[in-house]
Design a protein around this ligand. Sequence first.
Ligand code: ZN
Length: 156
Amino acid sequence: MNEKTYEEEMSERVEIKLVCLKCQTLNKIIDASPAETSVCEKCGLPLLTGRVGELTTTFFAETIENTNLPVVVNFWTSWCGHCRNFESVFAEAASELKLQALLFRVETEEEPELVRQFAMMTTPTQVVFRGGKEVARQTGVSQLPLLMEWLKPHLS
Ligand SMILES: [Zn+2]
């Protein structure tokens, strides 16, 4: 049996990896640190806010790949009425899933590259990513209980 290196041991102890939305520093919240009050080690921004973050092309790949929590992205369009109606539902989900998932939104007209990359046909569309890979997608507006039900299998 191989002895584990110090790095392996440390990486196994890491519970949550999060990319700071402000300065893009990769933060690691380990064992004992209370996740609720964790802030970015570089800029001090609270990391698990329970709010929907804004995601752009620049940091998209980095954020979904480096975060080991499920990342749920809502692709929306600012002038779309359905999207605006869905916003409060998505915000509630972000608050309920504060320590279980990260929720972001992407404005499709401002991020045409992401629209192409993910072949976005209509908004709102929600995509779940794990380890940088898409694992689920649904299109349209749902109420909170249905949204939570849909997300549940992807949360652990
Ligand atoms: Zn930061």
